[in-house]
Design a protein around this ligand. Sequence first.
Ligand SMILES: Cc1ncc(COP(=O)(O)O)c(C=O)c1O
Length: 384
Amino acid sequence: MPDRHIYIDYNATTPLRDEVKAVMAADFDLFGNASSMHSAGRQARARVEEARAAVASLLGASAANILWTSGGSESNNTVFQTMREIADDKRNEIITTNIEHPCVLNSAKFLQSIGFKVIFLPVDQYGIVDMNVFEKALNEKTLLVSIMLANNEIGTIQDISGIAQRAKRFGAWIHTDAVQAAGKMPLNVDELGVDYLTLSCHKIYGPKGVGALYFRNNAPVVPLIRGGHQEDGRRAGTYNNGAILGFGVAAQLALRDVDTYKNTITPLRNRLREGLLAHIPDCIVNGHPHDVLPNTLNVSFPGAEGESILLSMDLAGIEASTGSACASGSLEPSHVLMAIGAGPERAHGSIRFSLGWGITAADIDYIVETVPPIITRLRSMSTV
Ligand SMILES: Cc1ncc(COP(=O)(O)O)c(C=O)c1O
Protein backbone atom coordinates (compact mmCIF):
# COMPACT_ATOMS: atom_id res chain seq x y z
CA MET A 1 0.00 0.00 0.00
CA PRO A 2 1.32 3.49 -0.81
CA ASP A 3 2.08 5.80 2.17
CA ARG A 4 -0.09 8.51 0.75
CA HIS A 5 -3.67 8.46 -0.35
CA ILE A 6 -4.86 11.38 -2.42
CA TYR A 7 -8.39 11.40 -3.80
CA ILE A 8 -8.53 13.87 -6.66
CA ASP A 9 -11.67 12.67 -8.45
CA TYR A 10 -14.30 14.98 -6.93
CA ASN A 11 -16.20 15.36 -10.22
CA ALA A 12 -17.00 11.64 -9.98
CA THR A 13 -18.28 11.92 -6.44
CA THR A 14 -17.50 13.56 -3.12
CA PRO A 15 -17.35 12.34 0.48
CA LEU A 16 -19.96 13.53 2.99
CA ARG A 17 -19.01 16.73 4.76
CA ASP A 18 -18.94 16.37 8.54
CA GLU A 19 -21.94 18.65 8.99
CA VAL A 20 -23.95 16.54 6.51
CA LYS A 21 -22.96 13.33 8.25
CA ALA A 22 -23.89 14.81 11.63
CA VAL A 23 -27.39 15.79 10.52
CA MET A 24 -27.99 12.46 8.80
CA ALA A 25 -26.78 10.53 11.85
CA ALA A 26 -28.80 12.64 14.28
CA ASP A 27 -31.91 12.12 12.19
CA PHE A 28 -31.45 8.43 11.66
CA ASP A 29 -34.57 7.82 13.71
CA LEU A 30 -36.68 10.28 11.74
CA PHE A 31 -38.58 7.40 10.25
CA GLY A 32 -42.03 8.97 9.80
CA ASN A 33 -43.53 8.85 6.33
CA ALA A 34 -43.50 12.51 5.29
CA SER A 35 -46.89 12.00 3.62
CA SER A 36 -48.55 10.77 6.84
CA MET A 37 -50.91 13.04 8.77
CA HIS A 38 -49.84 12.03 12.28
CA SER A 39 -47.08 13.71 14.22
CA ALA A 40 -44.26 11.34 13.13
CA GLY A 41 -45.22 12.10 9.54
CA ARG A 42 -45.58 15.83 10.13
CA GLN A 43 -42.20 15.94 11.84
CA ALA A 44 -40.55 14.30 8.84
CA ARG A 45 -42.46 16.52 6.43
CA ALA A 46 -41.30 19.67 8.19
CA ARG A 47 -37.66 18.63 7.86
CA VAL A 48 -38.08 17.59 4.21
CA GLU A 49 -39.56 21.01 3.46
CA GLU A 50 -36.70 22.78 5.28
CA ALA A 51 -34.30 20.88 3.07
CA ARG A 52 -36.29 21.84 -0.02
CA ALA A 53 -36.03 25.50 0.95
CA ALA A 54 -32.25 25.12 1.36
CA VAL A 55 -31.87 23.54 -2.08
CA ALA A 56 -34.06 26.29 -3.57
CA SER A 57 -31.84 28.97 -1.95
CA LEU A 58 -28.79 27.50 -3.65
CA LEU A 59 -30.50 28.37 -6.95
CA GLY A 60 -32.20 31.64 -5.98
CA ALA A 61 -35.49 29.80 -6.51
CA SER A 62 -38.68 29.13 -4.52
CA ALA A 63 -39.11 25.88 -2.65
CA ALA A 64 -42.33 25.25 -4.61
CA ASN A 65 -40.22 24.85 -7.77
CA ILE A 66 -37.97 22.06 -6.47
CA LEU A 67 -38.76 18.43 -7.25
CA TRP A 68 -36.91 15.69 -5.36
CA THR A 69 -35.46 12.97 -7.55
CA SER A 70 -32.99 10.12 -7.12
CA GLY A 71 -30.16 12.11 -8.72
CA GLY A 72 -28.94 13.92 -11.78
CA SER A 73 -29.78 11.07 -14.14
CA GLU A 74 -33.40 10.99 -13.05
CA SER A 75 -33.78 14.77 -13.19
CA ASN A 76 -32.44 14.85 -16.75
CA ASN A 77 -34.60 11.90 -17.81
CA THR A 78 -37.66 13.60 -16.33
CA VAL A 79 -37.15 16.62 -18.58
CA PHE A 80 -36.73 14.53 -21.72
CA GLN A 81 -39.66 12.25 -20.92
CA THR A 82 -41.80 15.33 -20.25
CA MET A 83 -40.90 16.60 -23.73
CA ARG A 84 -41.89 13.29 -25.20
CA GLU A 85 -45.33 13.66 -23.64
CA ILE A 86 -45.98 17.30 -24.56
CA ALA A 87 -44.57 17.36 -28.12
CA ASP A 88 -47.01 17.89 -30.96
CA ASP A 89 -46.84 18.47 -34.73
CA LYS A 90 -45.90 22.11 -34.21
CA ARG A 91 -43.12 21.60 -31.68
CA ASN A 92 -41.00 18.51 -31.67
CA GLU A 93 -37.37 19.49 -32.20
CA ILE A 94 -34.67 19.22 -29.57
CA ILE A 95 -31.31 20.94 -29.45
CA THR A 96 -28.50 19.68 -27.24
CA THR A 97 -24.73 19.29 -27.59
CA ASN A 98 -22.45 16.37 -28.23
CA ILE A 99 -20.56 16.88 -24.94
CA GLU A 100 -23.48 16.24 -22.56
CA HIS A 101 -23.41 13.63 -19.82
CA PRO A 102 -24.57 10.21 -21.11
CA CYS A 103 -27.89 10.55 -19.27
CA VAL A 104 -28.76 13.53 -21.48
CA LEU A 105 -27.14 12.14 -24.63
CA ASN A 106 -28.94 8.81 -24.33
CA SER A 107 -32.27 10.45 -23.45
CA ALA A 108 -31.90 12.61 -26.55
CA LYS A 109 -30.91 9.62 -28.69
CA PHE A 110 -33.94 7.74 -27.43
CA LEU A 111 -36.27 10.55 -28.52
CA GLN A 112 -34.46 10.61 -31.86
CA SER A 113 -35.07 6.88 -32.24
CA ILE A 114 -38.82 7.42 -31.87
CA GLY A 115 -38.96 10.15 -34.48
CA PHE A 116 -37.95 13.43 -32.84
CA LYS A 117 -35.57 15.68 -34.73
CA VAL A 118 -32.57 16.10 -32.42
CA ILE A 119 -29.68 18.41 -33.20
CA PHE A 120 -26.41 17.65 -31.39
CA LEU A 121 -24.48 20.91 -31.55
CA PRO A 122 -20.74 20.70 -32.12
CA VAL A 123 -18.34 22.57 -29.83
CA ASP A 124 -15.04 24.32 -30.48
CA GLN A 125 -11.57 23.23 -29.31
CA TYR A 126 -12.37 24.46 -25.79
CA GLY A 127 -15.78 22.85 -25.55
CA ILE A 128 -17.82 26.01 -26.21
CA VAL A 129 -20.99 25.93 -28.29
CA ASP A 130 -20.82 28.11 -31.40
CA MET A 131 -23.67 30.63 -31.03
CA ASN A 132 -23.97 31.04 -34.81
CA VAL A 133 -24.55 27.33 -35.31
CA PHE A 134 -26.96 27.36 -32.37
CA GLU A 135 -28.95 30.28 -33.79
CA LYS A 136 -29.23 28.51 -37.13
CA ALA A 137 -30.57 25.40 -35.40
CA LEU A 138 -33.27 27.31 -33.49
CA ASN A 139 -36.70 27.70 -35.07
CA GLU A 140 -40.42 27.79 -34.18
CA LYS A 141 -40.46 24.01 -33.91
CA THR A 142 -37.77 23.92 -31.20
CA LEU A 143 -39.37 22.32 -28.16
CA LEU A 144 -36.36 21.99 -25.85
CA VAL A 145 -32.83 23.30 -25.61
CA SER A 146 -30.81 21.22 -23.16
CA ILE A 147 -27.21 22.35 -22.66
CA MET A 148 -25.06 21.63 -19.64
CA LEU A 149 -23.76 24.54 -17.58
CA ALA A 150 -20.33 23.01 -16.83
CA ASN A 151 -18.81 19.94 -18.40
CA ASN A 152 -17.89 17.06 -16.10
CA GLU A 153 -14.78 15.99 -18.04
CA ILE A 154 -13.09 19.25 -19.05
CA GLY A 155 -14.88 21.76 -16.79
CA THR A 156 -15.79 24.19 -19.58
CA ILE A 157 -18.59 26.58 -18.61
CA GLN A 158 -21.19 27.56 -21.24
CA ASP A 159 -22.90 30.93 -21.61
CA ILE A 160 -26.28 29.54 -20.59
CA SER A 161 -27.95 32.93 -20.16
CA GLY A 162 -26.95 33.86 -23.73
CA ILE A 163 -28.25 30.50 -24.92
CA ALA A 164 -31.50 30.95 -22.97
CA GLN A 165 -32.11 34.46 -24.33
CA ARG A 166 -31.79 33.21 -27.89
CA ALA A 167 -33.96 30.13 -27.30
CA LYS A 168 -36.70 32.15 -25.57
CA ARG A 169 -37.22 34.19 -28.73
CA PHE A 170 -38.53 30.99 -30.28
CA GLY A 171 -40.58 29.97 -27.25
CA ALA A 172 -38.51 26.84 -26.51
CA TRP A 173 -38.15 25.30 -23.05
CA ILE A 174 -34.61 25.61 -21.69
CA HIS A 175 -32.92 23.05 -19.50
CA THR A 176 -29.44 23.04 -18.06
CA ASP A 177 -27.62 20.23 -16.29
CA ALA A 178 -25.90 22.08 -13.44
CA VAL A 179 -24.70 18.94 -11.64
CA GLN A 180 -21.02 19.89 -11.93
CA ALA A 181 -21.54 23.62 -11.49
CA ALA A 182 -23.30 23.44 -8.13
CA GLY A 183 -21.11 24.49 -5.22
CA LYS A 184 -18.32 25.51 -7.62
CA MET A 185 -19.86 28.72 -8.98
CA PRO A 186 -22.86 30.89 -8.01
CA LEU A 187 -26.17 29.70 -9.45
CA ASN A 188 -29.33 31.67 -10.04
CA VAL A 189 -32.14 30.33 -12.19
CA ASP A 190 -33.42 33.80 -13.13
CA GLU A 191 -30.01 35.06 -14.16
CA LEU A 192 -29.46 31.89 -16.16
CA GLY A 193 -32.95 32.24 -17.67
CA VAL A 194 -33.64 28.52 -17.58
CA ASP A 195 -36.96 26.69 -17.18
CA TYR A 196 -35.39 23.52 -15.78
CA LEU A 197 -32.14 22.89 -13.90
CA THR A 198 -30.67 19.60 -12.70
CA LEU A 199 -28.78 19.01 -9.43
CA SER A 200 -27.21 15.91 -7.91
CA CYS A 201 -26.46 15.77 -4.19
CA HIS A 202 -23.44 13.46 -4.24
CA LYS A 203 -21.39 16.00 -6.18
CA ILE A 204 -21.76 18.59 -3.40
CA TYR A 205 -20.55 16.52 -0.44
CA GLY A 206 -23.93 14.99 0.28
CA PRO A 207 -25.31 11.46 0.02
CA LYS A 208 -25.78 9.50 -3.19
CA GLY A 209 -29.18 8.60 -4.62
CA VAL A 210 -30.84 11.98 -4.19
CA GLY A 211 -31.08 14.93 -6.55
CA ALA A 212 -33.41 17.70 -7.59
CA LEU A 213 -35.03 19.20 -10.63
CA TYR A 214 -35.84 22.91 -10.59
CA PHE A 215 -38.86 23.69 -12.82
CA ARG A 216 -40.19 27.16 -13.52
CA ASN A 217 -43.82 27.83 -12.52
CA ASN A 218 -45.34 27.27 -15.94
CA ALA A 219 -42.92 24.52 -17.03
CA PRO A 220 -44.63 21.12 -17.36
CA VAL A 221 -43.37 18.10 -15.43
CA VAL A 222 -44.79 14.72 -16.43
CA PRO A 223 -43.96 12.06 -13.83
CA LEU A 224 -41.37 9.47 -14.69
CA ILE A 225 -42.53 7.47 -11.69
CA ARG A 226 -46.28 7.22 -11.30
CA GLY A 227 -47.93 6.19 -8.08
CA GLY A 228 -48.92 8.14 -4.97
CA HIS A 229 -49.47 11.86 -4.66
CA GLN A 230 -46.02 12.84 -3.44
CA GLU A 231 -44.53 15.95 -5.01
CA ASP A 232 -48.00 17.07 -6.18
CA GLY A 233 -48.17 14.07 -8.47
CA ARG A 234 -44.90 14.90 -10.22
CA ARG A 235 -42.91 12.01 -8.73
CA ALA A 236 -44.30 9.16 -6.71
CA GLY A 237 -42.51 7.30 -3.92
CA THR A 238 -42.04 7.60 -0.16
CA TYR A 239 -39.54 10.30 0.78
CA ASN A 240 -35.99 9.26 1.60
CA ASN A 241 -35.84 11.44 4.73
CA GLY A 242 -32.17 10.95 5.61
CA ALA A 243 -30.84 11.59 2.11
CA ILE A 244 -33.07 14.63 1.63
CA LEU A 245 -31.98 16.11 4.96
CA GLY A 246 -28.35 15.53 3.99
CA PHE A 247 -29.03 17.30 0.69
CA GLY A 248 -30.46 20.29 2.57
CA VAL A 249 -27.32 20.72 4.66
CA ALA A 250 -25.00 20.08 1.70
CA ALA A 251 -26.87 22.79 -0.26
CA GLN A 252 -26.61 25.27 2.63
CA LEU A 253 -22.87 24.70 2.88
CA ALA A 254 -22.41 24.89 -0.88
CA LEU A 255 -24.14 28.27 -0.92
CA ARG A 256 -22.23 29.56 2.12
CA ASP A 257 -18.83 28.42 0.85
CA VAL A 258 -18.98 29.03 -2.88
CA ASP A 259 -16.56 31.98 -2.83
CA THR A 260 -14.17 30.31 -0.38
CA TYR A 261 -14.24 27.23 -2.59
CA LYS A 262 -13.22 29.22 -5.64
CA ASN A 263 -10.51 31.13 -3.76
CA THR A 264 -9.10 27.99 -2.16
CA ILE A 265 -9.33 25.53 -5.01
CA THR A 266 -8.35 27.68 -8.01
CA PRO A 267 -4.75 28.33 -6.87
CA LEU A 268 -4.29 24.63 -6.09
CA ARG A 269 -5.60 23.63 -9.52
CA ASN A 270 -3.31 26.20 -11.14
CA ARG A 271 -0.35 24.89 -9.13
CA LEU A 272 -1.07 21.41 -10.42
CA ARG A 273 -1.42 22.62 -14.00
CA GLU A 274 1.79 24.66 -13.93
CA GLY A 275 3.68 21.85 -12.17
CA LEU A 276 2.66 19.22 -14.72
CA LEU A 277 3.31 21.51 -17.69
CA ALA A 278 6.76 22.40 -16.31
CA HIS A 279 7.84 18.81 -15.70
CA ILE A 280 6.24 16.88 -18.56
CA PRO A 281 7.03 17.76 -22.17
CA ASP A 282 4.25 17.74 -24.76
CA CYS A 283 1.25 17.65 -22.50
CA ILE A 284 -1.92 19.47 -23.46
CA VAL A 285 -4.52 20.99 -21.17
CA ASN A 286 -8.07 20.25 -22.36
CA GLY A 287 -10.88 22.69 -21.70
CA HIS A 288 -11.36 26.44 -21.73
CA PRO A 289 -8.46 28.52 -20.39
CA HIS A 290 -10.77 30.88 -18.39
CA ASP A 291 -14.38 29.73 -18.56
CA VAL A 292 -13.68 26.61 -16.60
CA LEU A 293 -14.65 25.18 -13.22
CA PRO A 294 -12.15 26.11 -10.49
CA ASN A 295 -11.44 22.48 -9.62
CA THR A 296 -11.09 20.72 -12.96
CA LEU A 297 -7.87 19.98 -14.84
CA ASN A 298 -7.97 17.62 -17.78
CA VAL A 299 -4.57 16.89 -19.31
CA SER A 300 -3.55 14.77 -22.29
CA PHE A 301 -0.20 12.99 -22.21
CA PRO A 302 0.18 11.81 -25.81
CA GLY A 303 2.27 8.65 -26.10
CA ALA A 304 1.05 7.28 -22.76
CA GLU A 305 -2.18 5.39 -22.34
CA GLY A 306 -4.79 6.79 -19.93
CA GLU A 307 -5.70 3.52 -18.18
CA SER A 308 -2.00 2.72 -17.62
CA ILE A 309 -1.38 6.19 -16.20
CA LEU A 310 -4.38 5.74 -13.94
CA LEU A 311 -3.21 2.38 -12.63
CA SER A 312 0.34 3.61 -12.03
CA MET A 313 -0.98 6.66 -10.21
CA ASP A 314 -3.28 4.45 -8.14
CA LEU A 315 -0.29 2.34 -7.09
CA ALA A 316 1.36 5.56 -5.95
CA GLY A 317 -1.76 6.50 -3.95
CA ILE A 318 -3.28 9.03 -6.38
CA GLU A 319 -6.91 8.50 -7.39
CA ALA A 320 -7.94 10.41 -10.51
CA SER A 321 -9.94 9.46 -13.59
CA THR A 322 -9.79 9.04 -17.34
CA GLY A 323 -12.69 11.16 -18.52
CA SER A 324 -16.04 10.49 -16.89
CA ALA A 325 -16.44 7.79 -14.27
CA CYS A 326 -19.28 6.34 -16.30
CA ALA A 327 -16.96 5.91 -19.29
CA SER A 328 -14.24 4.13 -17.32
CA GLY A 329 -13.91 0.51 -18.26
CA SER A 330 -14.92 1.43 -21.79
CA LEU A 331 -12.37 1.26 -24.58
CA GLU A 332 -14.09 4.05 -26.47
CA PRO A 333 -12.22 7.36 -26.30
CA SER A 334 -14.07 10.07 -24.37
CA HIS A 335 -16.86 11.59 -26.48
CA VAL A 336 -16.08 14.99 -24.97
CA LEU A 337 -12.40 14.92 -25.94
CA MET A 338 -13.29 13.66 -29.39
CA ALA A 339 -15.83 16.50 -29.71
CA ILE A 340 -13.15 19.14 -28.96
CA GLY A 341 -11.05 17.62 -31.74
CA ALA A 342 -8.48 15.88 -29.55
CA GLY A 343 -8.24 12.81 -31.80
CA PRO A 344 -8.05 9.23 -30.46
CA GLU A 345 -4.42 9.24 -29.27
CA ARG A 346 -4.74 12.44 -27.25
CA ALA A 347 -8.16 11.36 -25.98
CA HIS A 348 -6.88 7.94 -24.87
CA GLY A 349 -3.92 9.50 -23.07
CA SER A 350 -5.87 11.94 -20.94
CA ILE A 351 -6.41 12.21 -17.21
CA ARG A 352 -9.01 14.24 -15.36
CA PHE A 353 -7.86 15.65 -12.04
CA SER A 354 -10.80 17.12 -10.13
CA LEU A 355 -9.97 18.82 -6.85
CA GLY A 356 -12.16 19.30 -3.82
CA TRP A 357 -12.25 20.22 -0.15
CA GLY A 358 -9.37 18.61 1.69
CA ILE A 359 -6.75 18.72 -1.08
CA THR A 360 -3.62 20.50 0.13
CA ALA A 361 -0.63 22.14 -1.54
CA ALA A 362 1.47 19.22 -0.25
CA ASP A 363 -0.86 16.81 -2.08
CA ILE A 364 -0.45 18.79 -5.28
CA ASP A 365 3.34 18.79 -4.89
CA TYR A 366 3.32 15.04 -4.39
CA ILE A 367 1.31 14.60 -7.61
CA VAL A 368 3.67 16.92 -9.48
CA GLU A 369 6.64 14.83 -8.25
CA THR A 370 5.03 11.47 -8.89
CA VAL A 371 3.32 11.79 -12.27
CA PRO A 372 6.25 12.91 -14.54
CA PRO A 373 8.33 9.72 -14.02
CA ILE A 374 5.19 7.65 -14.65
CA ILE A 375 4.61 9.40 -17.98
CA THR A 376 8.29 9.07 -18.97
CA ARG A 377 8.24 5.33 -18.19
CA LEU A 378 4.97 4.69 -20.03
CA ARG A 379 6.05 6.74 -23.04
CA SER A 380 9.30 4.78 -23.26
CA MET A 381 7.31 1.52 -23.35
CA SER A 382 4.73 2.82 -25.81
CA THR A 383 4.57 1.51 -29.35
CA VAL A 384 2.48 4.51 -30.46
C1 LIG B 1 -22.87 16.54 -15.63
C2 LIG B 1 -23.52 15.37 -14.98
N1 LIG B 1 -24.82 15.15 -15.15
C3 LIG B 1 -25.46 14.12 -14.56
C4 LIG B 1 -24.78 13.22 -13.78
C5 LIG B 1 -25.52 12.08 -13.18
O1 LIG B 1 -25.85 12.34 -11.85
P1 LIG B 1 -26.23 11.12 -10.85
O2 LIG B 1 -24.96 10.38 -10.59
O3 LIG B 1 -26.76 11.81 -9.63
O4 LIG B 1 -27.27 10.34 -11.54
C6 LIG B 1 -23.41 13.39 -13.58
C7 LIG B 1 -22.62 12.41 -12.79
O5 LIG B 1 -21.48 12.12 -13.11
C8 LIG B 1 -22.76 14.50 -14.19
O6 LIG B 1 -21.45 14.72 -14.03
